[in-house]
Design a protein around this ligand. Structure first.
Ligand code: PRX
Length: 641
């Protein structure tokens, strides 16, 4: 029996959706007539230059929402607030790692975005073009996104932790002609250099004709004449008048690359009208956003959480959104709590991996600070273990803040399963119930619902406004990945169970995707990186349970003939993967082996490797294994590090 935490009465009384009956009524209305439900909300919550004529055109698995409508995400995030008392409200409350601060009002944001949009325009960029954004967490990052969105330039943010290799692959796949970057940013007191990686990537990206460089650290960078321009030079004297382009509701707003089951990341496409509506609604429903709230999502804008819940959702909903540039432990482990206290943050949204890392440092860090402004907490990225949930609730939330455990994916664009905090009592570890308009189920591979209290595949039955539209340039892969396992339903790739109260418990991925610190990484991606190394013959990668990061990357490697020191090569390969993909993908462990466990048809049996890294033994069926002695050898082996 898991414990139940109802939200405090005072919270429920003031909540945007107050009480279970209100949630059920909302859910019932959405289920009964989804198009009427979303249509009415779209009219009320989104600004349209031209109204849509059809709410949903569903030619499975391709959806078009608010067909015929003309809108603009940048307009919805900025301009429409300027006619209201929000015009001088702080939109972005920013703190750099060194301690510098900026408070940018909606009016100021409008000026900055218009200026930068004019810069892009003057260099010939227009709707349909594609830009890669590779920046630190400075206000100019959301400004760049909103300027692109204003013109209809489709953006793709590449997380600053990705390497030049990863950056190059994304620039090429997207066919980008513009890169927006910075000299660097700050992390743990050191400069993370970005422009150098751009230079390396661009050696093989001839289509990029402009690189705009924001000066953050002032360190030396190489500027290539004609191609590279300083942001502040171009911005000087740019006009502050740049009307937002009326764009089709289905205009591609952004592409965000995420790991799939192959070595090649997929470009998840999100479009405009439905995305703006859904992120706005979830800010109100899940985060119970009030006009006076100071809201802080600690994610990086390089991931989908930052797109939907630092930039588009909060700004479209007119919130004050806090952005912090650096690491949570710099200069000490109370940096986050310092920020909460200083800005009187009311809503705080972070990941289980961060929570676990902070638990380990001890309660005296948060205890130094007055966290009484907090009224709501959120979690995202992976299942949160009940012990971490309870610590978060007690130590950070002072026992008075509901916790919204939000289940969603890059592909879903917004939160699909989470407790509406004024309505649904929470059970630690469960995302609880689906949001209005979201119809999940748990099924077996034949497509049959497994019923209550049984594990199965989590699927979504009906389209929702912020859903993935396709994989950039690869509609066949989109169909195959998400809609073909069980025809006609969206396959999430997660295993889950629904308990007898109707609460969903997401258990983790069922495919070869690892979740390291809430970041998705495919085993294949790491394997392909490893086999590009000249010494490696073959590699198999699995996720290994890890106390802080949820999973850690564990690699089994066979070597080509030669005289290698395992110790030196182990270090080199970890560095190699970090260089090929990014530092966050650096393997925790490299194990060398003469061979890998394979089926007679030559397929690597990762299931067995997972068991070895978890328990150093193998149970279950090994009859398909070609050479049983491999297992004994691998299990006997200790980490070669
Ligand atoms: O396995 C689920 C896990 O993260 C995956 C999605 O990863 P990504 O696209 O990188 O997006 C992360 C941020 C939205 C899911 O398939 N996941 C995410 N949130 C939760 C979760 N698992 C359990 N509980 C969650 N709250």
């Amino acid at each position: 029996m898991s414990s139940i935490y109802p939200s405090p009465e005072e919270f429920v009384r003031r909540a945007n959706v107050s009480g279970m009956a209100a949630y059920e009524e909302l859910y019932r209305r959405a289920a009964q007539d989804p198009e009427a439900f979303w249509g009415a909300l779209a009219e009320k919550e989104v600004h349209w230059f031209e109204k849509f004529h059809t709410v949903l055109e569903w030619k499975a698995p391709f959806a078009k929402w608010f067909v015929g409508g003309k809108t603009n995400a940048s307009y919805n995030c900025i301009d429409r607030h300027l006619e209201t008392p929000r015009k001088n409200k702080v939109a972005i409350l920013w703190e750099g790692e060194p301690g510098d601060q900026r408070a940018i009002t909606y009016q100021e944001l409008h000026r900055l975005v218009c200026r930068f949009a004019n810069v892009l325009k003057s260099r010939g960029y227009k709707a349909g073009d594609r830009a890669i954004v590779y920046m630190p967490m400075v206000p100019e990052l959301p400004i760049a996104l909103l300027a692109c969105a204003r013109l209809g330039v489709t953006h793709s943010v590449v997380f600053g932790g990705f390497s030049a290799e990863a950056l190059k692959a994304r620039i090429q796949d997207l066919g980008a002609t513009l890169v927006i970057t910075a000299d660097g940013g700050y992390r743990r007191g050191k400069e993370v250099r970005l422009k150098d990686a751009v230079d390396e990537a661009l050696r093989e990206c001839p289509d990029v004709s402009n690189v705009i460089v924001y000066q953050r650290t002032g360190s030396e960078v190489v500027m290539q004449a004609d191609r590279d321009h300083w942001w502040h030079h171009l911005d000087e004297g740019a006009s502050e008048d740049c009307p937002a382009e009326p764009l089709d509701s289905e205009h591609p707003l952004y592409v965000l690359y995420t790991s799939g089951t192959t070595g090649k990341p997929k470009g998840i496409l999100h479009t405009t009208g439905g995305y703006v509506l859904y992120t706005t609604m979830t800010m109100k429903w899940v985060f119970d956003l009030k006009e006076e709230d100071t809201y802080w999502c600690s994610a990086d804008i390089g991931w989908v959480t930052g797109h939907s819940y630092i930039v588009y959702g909060p700004l479209a909903a007119g919130a004050t959104s806090v952005i912090y540039e650096g690491a949570p432990d710099y200069p000490a482990f109370d940096r986050w709590w310092r920020i909460v206290e200083k800005y009187r943050v009311n809503i705080f949204y972070t990941s289980p991996t961060a929570i676990r890392a902070l638990i380990r440092q001890g309660d005296h860090w948060p205890a130094k600070h007055d966290l009484s402004s907090l009224r709501l907490l959120g979690s995202v990225g992976e299942p949160i273990n009940p012990a971490a949930w309870e610590w978060y609730h007690r130590v950070i939330g002072g026992g008075r803040c509901p916790i919204v455990d939000t289940w969603w994916q890059t592909e879903t664009g917004g939160i699909l399963i989470a407790p509406l905090p004024g309505a649904i009592p929470q059970k630690p570890g469960s995302g609880t119930m689906p949001l209005p308009g979201v119809v999940p189920d748990i099924i077996d591979l034949a497509g049959n619902p497994v019923g209550r209290d049984k594990e199965g595949y989590l699927i979504i039955r009906k389209p929702w406004p912020s859903m993935i539209r396709t994989i950039w340039g690869d509609p066949e892969r989109y169909k195959e990945q998400y809609w073909s396992k069980v025809p006609g339903v969206y396959f999430t790739g997660d295993a889950a169970r629904c308990d007898s109260d109707g609460y969903y418990w997401v258990l983790g991925r069922v495919d070869d995707v690892m979740n390291v610190s809430g970041h998705r990484l495919s085993t294949m991606e790491v394997e392909s990186a490893l086999v590009r190394h000249p010494a490696v013959a073959e590699a198999a990668v699995v996720g290994k349970p890890h106390e802080i990061t949820g999973q850690a990357v564990c690699c089994f490697v066979t070597l080509k003939k030669g005289d290698f020191s395992h110790e030196t090569l182990g270090k080199e390969l970890r560095q190699w993967v970090a260089h090929e993909i990014g530092a966050f993908a650096r393997p925790e462990e490299i194990r060398f082996s003469d061979s890998l466990p394979k089926t007679r048809s030559g397929k690597i049996m990762r299931r067995l490797l997972r068991e070895i890294v978890t328990s150093n033994s193998v149970s279950g069926d090994v009859t398909t294994l070609e050479d049983l002695s491999v297992i004994t050898k691998l299990a006997a082996q200790q980490d070669d590090e």
